[in-house]
Design a protein around this ligand. Structure first.
Ligand code: LLP
Length: 425
């Protein structure tokens, strides 16, 4: 799939998202600000839908958008209107999915440490499935289900011991990772589930990592899952669903992720013969290239060896470069002009607060606007208040209009919950 954004582009030398000049957004809401394209979100979601429908019937799969990538209610509600379900990992994400109108029957709950309170809420709501990560969790679910007099459908998340060949911090399917049940030990857990009350282990779930740019590790994991489904069926388990985890990687710089149609064909070859309902949980590839982080140049500092372009956005707004050494292109709002080489940094007091090193950009001055690209996934959701920096505004663009979809925080919002103990006063 070519996930290169086609909705954020230069028009007459100025950077636009859809038909909105990004300068107009910056003027209205200030910077830093996350801006999302409704059109790109829609195109990305429909790309999955069409690719899968080319190899199977619509009723045989559910696309559960991974809310963790971007859980703004506007994003969730737009995707819900297109038919998306939700993959959630916390009680907070459950509340967001419900607030956005996602039907509980289309919600899957993943995550390695769900609390009793969170599970209770999910069971009370009759969600589609809970992806179980351990035997104690299975037992806890059964206990809660009995108490609430509910029948709960679960999938067991297996760890297929496949190297996803992605960044170490986002790989999940190797045996040394904390996720899932060792695939070899899985049959014992299904046997245990059968003995537990009010629980039906109807599925197998797998997720080997994020930002995968080749199909081979997916295929390897899915083949192992298919073998497990056959083994479980031979042992008398009624397995009717398979959850294939997160989606494909995207292009940040020069990555070439696989085509979605090839991915769909591979699923048809490996999984469709099982005759199961398929769940996919894509996150990054739905929102990644649909978002930018708008920022203004605070000033330019001429170091001995370098020219530092200091932005008003920082690692607290977009953590990926400092956390994973991730590359996010920076596009000046004004396309043309003399070029200069910069280290693009934020104002936070850490050397790690660096977006780009030795990057050639159109020459910029204080006050100029830039867009940090491909920031729609794992951007706003991972931001923090480090350095007492309020969370940025979020905006959604549709055609030639745009709307604030999250108010920016104020410093007052941050300070108001602190308390000075009486003995210090
Ligand atoms: N399902 C499960 C069980 C997951 O753990 C994840 C991502 C997804 C689905 C969605 O995967 P995607 O389609 O987005 O690849 N913060 C990191 C990414 C962490 C991904 C965690 N799990 C980053 O910024 O690269």
């Amino acid at each position: 799939m070519n996930t290169k954004s086609n909705t954020t582009q230069y028009k007459n030398g100025r950077l636009f998202m859809e038909n909105v000049d990004l300068a107009a957004v910056a003027e209205k809401v200030g910077t830093p600000a996350y801006v999302y394209s409704a059109g790109q979100l829609e195109a990305n979601f429909n790309a999955y839908r069409h690719a899968l429908s080319s190899v199977m019937s619509e009723k045989d799969f559910t696309l559960c958008y991974a809310c963790k990538a971007n859980s703004n209610l506007a994003v969730l509600s737009l995707l819900k209107n297109l038919g998306a379900g939700a993959d959630i990992v916390s009680g907070g994400e459950l509340a967001r999915a419900i607030a956005a109108g996602v039907k509980p029957g289309k919600i899957v709950y993943s995550g390695v440490g769900k609390s009793e309170e969170e599970l209770t809420e999910a069971i009370r709501r009759n969600i589609f499935q809970i992806n179980v990560e351990s035997e104690p969790e299975l037992e806890l679910i059964s206990k809660i289900a009995v108490k609430l007099k509910k029948q709960v459908t679960v999938s067991i998340r297996v760890n297929p011991n496949v190297d996803a060949k992605t960044h170490a911090k986002i790989t999940t399917g190797k045996k040394e990772n904390k996720f899932g049940i060792d695939i070899k030990k899985a049959p014992a857990l299904y046997a245990r589930a059968k003995k537990l009350k009010n629980i039906h282990a109807a599925g197998v779930a797998v997720h080997i990592g994020s930002q995968l740019t080749s199909l081979a590790p997916f295929r390897r994991a899915y083949v192992r899952v298919a073998e497990l489904v056959k083994t479980l069926r031979r042992q008398g388990h009624d397995i009717s669903r398979v959850d294939l985890g997160g989606g494909l990687g995207i292009t940040y710089k020069d990555e070439t992720p696989p085509d979605l149609y090839l991915y769909a064909l591979m699923i048809r070859d490996v999984i469709t013969p099982l005759g199961v309902h398929i769940v996919l949980e894509p996150g990054r590839s739905i929102v990644g290239d649909a978002g930018v982080l708008l920022s203004r140049v605070v000033n330019i500092k001429h170091g001995d060896a370098k020219k530092f372009l200091i932005l008003d956005a920082a690692m607290n707004d977009l953590m990926r470069p400092s956390l994973y050494d991730a590359y996010h292109a920076v596009l000046p709002h004004r396309e043309k002009g003399k070029k200069a080489v910069y280290d693009v940094v934020g104002p936070v007091c850490e050397t790690g607060d660096t977006f780009l090193t030795n990057e050639t950009l159109t020459e910029l001055k204080a006050g100029d606007l830039v867009a940090i690209m491909t920031a729609g996934a794992y951007g706003a959701v991972m931001s923090s208040n480090y350095n007492t920096r309020p969370l940025a505004a979020e905006v959604m663009v549709k055609g030639k209009s745009f709307e604030l979809v999250r108010k920016p925080q104020t410093v007052q919002d941050l300070v108001k919950n602190d308390r000075i103990p009486a003995w210090l006063k």
